[in-house]
Design a protein around this ligand. Structure first.
Ligand code: TEU
Ligand code: CA
Length: 551
């Protein structure tokens, strides 16, 4: 049987760079594009095929670049357009494509469109944004809240109307109803595509088509029309990788974005597996015990729903989420074992894997003790709100240390030296003190490092069609400590087993997984044969390849 035709981004692994925290070339404490270029050999060694670059555009940095003031300029602290062109060329020379972060739900309040729009109601850019008259009492037009806390409406005193912002008040929402605005966005996208980028990660793409008067902010009725129009007007006939971020995506909805006859996106980032670990009422600020059965059921549902059409994105972390090993593994005694386990459990699923910078080193959350150490706008805003509501500071810091966005944003740990080799100056956010033990230099010198496991997994994806196209089959779905699944093609099968606990666990192997094969990867003694029963060490994980028809 022949496998379905393969797209280049189905065998590639994506690596996310948060430029501010990756590598600083000039000692100002802020990571930059020349810094990234200096680390391309490291990334080539890891084997990745794509870099997703968090925003590098001109920005006042209210939300670290997710507030863009000029879509066609590079922020001076990150470098120049010439540096960016050099990054594309140097990456391409190593077989690596660059994804830009397309943030088009909103701009910065310093974008020239918004600056002009707020001058007068007659501005030619007024309708690029969402304005409404005050309510009868002069207050906000609706009680819609911003993701970062507080009302999603801010009064513009000069023109007497409120503007919409689903994030900070310095991130006014764009009005996608306006065809001129849409055309300007597509033109900008083509300008970047012509420079040779490999595609786009699309920030909160589910929010662009809102109908605020009917209370609709996500998944508005015109959402898919806009994405199809965008595709036709820009990347549609190219090989671009496009991945839309949607905190509201369901498996059924994901088929609308990534179904093969839809002409929309390559895939979406979904967050059901992330939110499944959040507190029902208090969300991510209130820790909740880890629930593996729940996690597996979400991941399985996505695997089955996109089995024949659409495509999954696979990730544990990103710049908004805690460190994977701290959230889903054990960042103490079993840090190395559990970081490898998480990599193995994720990378054999069907979809395109995303590695967040430092995840390949098993980097951990940061133990901040004072509010002055935090930098993230969401954390700082939430702190103000929780404080006003009477939450003790220590409780808030515990929540922020567990789930806050700064965990992912502390500098990349390159060496055991000062500031982890990230900068020769003072970093914009503190380096995790554990860099003396956890760093890239040490990982590269150790053939049993977490890095080595990632490198192996990324290489296997390019070698094994069954890892890319195999049918997903879940096992042991109710087991509270162990995740087990297979990937199956007529001539090959991969069996994956992962112990998510710090306990030694004895499992009964399902009949479909039994038999002899070859060890593909693991974090303990090689496993080649699965019998009726197996004893797993804490956080043990491995994958076995069984070739059918062989003896
Ligand atoms: O994130 C979307 C988003 O909704 C997050 O703010 C999320 O709700 C939060 O991190 C979890 O509590 C995207 C970007 O990834 C994020 O960095 C930006 O701040 C946001 O959009 C606005 O552009
Ligand atoms: Ca710098």
């Amino acid at each position: 049987m022949t496998e379905p035709s393969t797209r280049w981004w189905q065998t590639a692994t994506v690596y996310q760079i948060y430029p501010r925290s990756f590598a600083d070339s000039n000692g100002d404490g802020i990571g930059d594009i020349p810094g990234i270029i200096s680390k391309l050999d490291y990334l080539a060694r890891l084997g990745i095929g794509v870099i997703w670059l968090s925003p590098v555009f001109a920005s006042p940095m209210d939300d670290n670049g997710y507030d863009i003031s000029d879509y066609q300029a590079i922020a001076p602290e990150f470098g120049t357009l010439a540096d960016f062109d050099r990054l594309i060329a140097e990456a391409r020379a190593r077989g690596i494509g660059i994804l830009l972060d397309l943030v088009v739900n909103h701009t910065s309040d310093e974008h020239r469109w918004f600056v002009d729009a707020r001058v007068s109601r007659a501005s030619r850019y007024r309708d690029y944004y969402v304005w409404r008259d005050p309510a009868a009492d002069g207050g906000p037009p609706t009680d819609l809240q911003s993701t970062f806390g507080g009302p999603a409406w801010t009064l513009d005193p000069a023109t007497g109307q409120y503007y919409l912002h689903q994030f900070s008040r310095r991130q006014p929402d764009l009005n996608w109803e306006n065809p001129e605005l849409r055309a300007a966005i597509y033109q900008m996208m083509n300008w970047w595509l012509d420079r040779g980028i490999a595609g786009f990660r699309m920030d909160v793409i589910n929010l662009i088509a809102k109908d605020v008067d009917r209370g609709i902010t996500a998944d508005g009725p015109k959402l898919h029309d806009y994405i199809q129009e965008m595709s036709r007007a820009s990347f549609g006939n190219s090989e671009a990788l496009t991945v839309g971020e949607s905190w509201t995506a369901t498996p059924e909805g994901a088929l609308l974005y990534s179904g093969r006859d839809r002409h929309e996106l390559s895939m979406v980032f979904q967050f059901e597996h992330v939110m499944a670990q959040w507190h029902e009422t208090w969300g991510k600020w209130q820790p909740k015990p880890f629930d593996l059965v729940r996690l597996k059921s979400v991941l399985s549902r996505w695997q089955y729903a996109l089995a024949d059409d659409g495509w999954n994105s696979l990730f544990w972390g990103n710049h908004d989420l805690p460190r994977a090993v701290s959230k889903y593994g054990d960042d103490g005694r079993y840090r190395v074992q559990s970081a490898k386990m998480l990599a193995i459990a994720l990378h054999f699923l069907k979809g395109t894997p995303y590695v967040y910078q430092g995840e390949e080193l098993g980097m951990t959350n940061v133990p901040f003790t004072a509010m002055s150490q935090f930098r993230d706008i969401e954390t700082l805003n939430m702190h103000r709100l929780h404080r006003d509501a009477g939450l003790p500071e220590a409780d808030f810091i515990a929540g922020a240390n567990a789930n806050g966005r700064d965990n992912a944003r502390t500098p990349m740990q390159w060496t055991a030296g000062p500031e982890a080799g990230f900068t020769t100056g003072t970093p914009w956010i503190e380096v995790n003190p554990n860099h003396v033990a956890i760093n890239a230099e040490a990982a590269l010198a150790d053939e049993n490092s977490v890095f080595a496991t990632y490198r192996k997994l990324i290489a296997l994806r390019r070698q094994l069609p069954v890892m890319v196209h195999g049918r997903y089959e879940a096992h042991l779905e109710d087991h509270q400590q162990v995740m087990a699944y297979s990937r199956v093609l007529p001539d090959a099968r991969i069996n994956v087993i992962a112990n998510f606990s710090a306990n030694t666990v004895t499992v009964t192997i399902p009949p479909a997984m039994r038999g002899a094969g070859t060890a593909l990867v693991g974090n303990g003694a090689p496993v080649t044969t699965l019998g009726e029963e197996l004893q797993l060490a804490p956080y043990q994980a491995f994958a076995v390849l069984v070739v059918m028809g062989a003896d």
